[in-house]
Ligand binder design. Structure first.
Ligand SMILES: Cc1cc2nc3c(=O)[nH]c(=O)nc-3n(C[C@H](O)[C@H](O)[C@H](O)COP(=O)(O)OP(=O)(O)OC[C@H]3O[C@@H](n4cnc5c(N)ncnc54)[C@H](O)[C@@H]3O)c2cc1C
Length: 341
């Protein structure tokens, strides 16, 4: 079986975490199958990036490092990835499920006559056949499946495999020639518009996910809402703990209803059945009662704690390891002062 790890570099020529995790998945699958592993890298500094993973046990390394793929762009990435897959004679293709690849690889699958599946969380060999796993129905059902089609392309989710670590060396990556058409290069990335790093509240690599619920905007014991105080407390905590911010649906919906709420929160922060299911080692839910954020949004959080005034909050009780029955305004004021001390 010809296993092919298809990777891309980032702007500085290094391999992103997601690519190194895919190397681990490919090395493990190859060891189970006793197949042959080829690694292909596209993007800026592709050949040097192959050197960084020379010790992974691949029998061959291929690279497309042309100027045309220095920027992530559908047309040139698709042409390069298709050329790499064909050059490798790949049967099983493992690639990171990054935005760069998620955008172009379905088109590549069409070009090379492959089947493609995304959000893969495990790949293994059972009875000589390759099986992949992914979650269905908003992460409630874990499915295991196989396909007869070859090539079969699998986009591996970030955060499920360990980063590949091993010796660098001389990979002697073979440059694969790609005939980029002029019209493939009409689109040019002129820059990236993103909020300042400390204004960005969604941080997939953070050690902690802080989930805010609608309680932060409700009337408190003095009969008043304290949204300004809530903003200061939450943003202060995110800054000190470098945590990622999740929200319940009720909290982000308040904004679209035109009510006063936390200005730094958007639907992008929503976790749960109709939100995201991020992976973090720890989670702290505050003022949050809902089933969906606790049962689905927290699916992949390893250690979970919740702060809720309501001792009978069933979801916090059922899904958190520790529930603090307390006023989140008081607790977070104390936590922030400890963090700042
Ligand atoms: C089809 C469908 C899909 C849905 N998908 C999602 C989804 O993806 N994500 C999602 O989040 N929801 C989803 N929901 C909505 C979900 O069912 C809940 O309505 C929502 O999560 C409740 O939000 P909440 O817990 O923030 O607010 P509330 O239910 O209003 O809870 C507020 C909590 O704050 C506590 N509180 C108030 N003040 C304080 C204080 N000072 N200190 C501590 N605690 C305090 C209260 O005790 C209460 O428990 C979905 C619903 C449906 C029908």
């Amino acid at each position: 079986m010809k296993i092919f790890a298809l990777l891309h570099t980032q702007a500085d020529g290094s391999l992103p975490k997601a690519s190194l995790e895919t190397v681990t998945a490919a090395v493990n699958l190859n060891a189970q199958l006793g197949g042959s592993l080829t690694v292909g890298v596209l993007g800026a500094g592709a050949a040097a990036a192959a050197d960084a993973i020379a010790g992974c046990g691949a029998t061959a390394f291929l690279a497309v490092g042309d100027e045309a793929v220095a920027q992530p762009r559908y047309a040139t990435d698709a042409a390069a990835a298709a050329a790499l897959i064909r050059a490798a004679g790949a049967e099983i293709v493992l690639a990171p499920n990054t935005s760069r690849f998620a955008r172009c690889l379905p088109g590549v699958a069409h070009r090379v006559g492959a089947q493609v599946d995304t959000h893969i969380v495990a790949v293994c060999c059972e009875g000589g056949a390759v099986h992949a796993q992914r979650w269905f129905y908003r992460q409630r059902i874990l499915g295991s499946f196989s396909r007869a089609a070859r090539p079969w392309m699998l986009l591996v989710d970030g955060g499920v495999n360990a980063l590949w670590q091993g010796a660098a060396g001389a990979a002697n990556a073979q440059a694969v020639a790609v005939a980029f058409a002029a019209e493939d290069q009409r689109t040019t990335v002129t820059g990236v518009q993103a909020p300042a790093a400390d204004a960005q509240t969604i941080r997939p690599d953070a050690a902690l996910l802080f989930v805010a619920g609608a309680g932060w905007t409700k009337k408190q014991k003095d009969g008043q809402a304290h949204i300004g105080d809530a903003s200061v407390l939450i943003q202060g905590f995110l800054r000190s703990a470098k945590a990622s911010l999740g929200s319940s649906k009720s909290l982000v919906d308040i904004q679209s209803e035109g009510q006063e709420t936390l200005s730094f929160m958007s639907h992008m922060n929503q976790v749960g059945q109709t939100g995201s299911t991020p992976r973090h080692p720890k989670g702290l839910s505050t003022c949050c009662h809902g089933e969906e954020p606790h049962a689905v949004g927290w699916r992949f959080i390893n250690e979970r704690r919740a702060i809720n005034l309501d001792a009978n909050c069933g979801w916090a009780q059922g899904k958190a390891d520790v529930v603090y029955v307390a006023d989140a305004f008081d607790v977070m004021t104390k936590v922030n002062s400890l963090l700042n001390a």
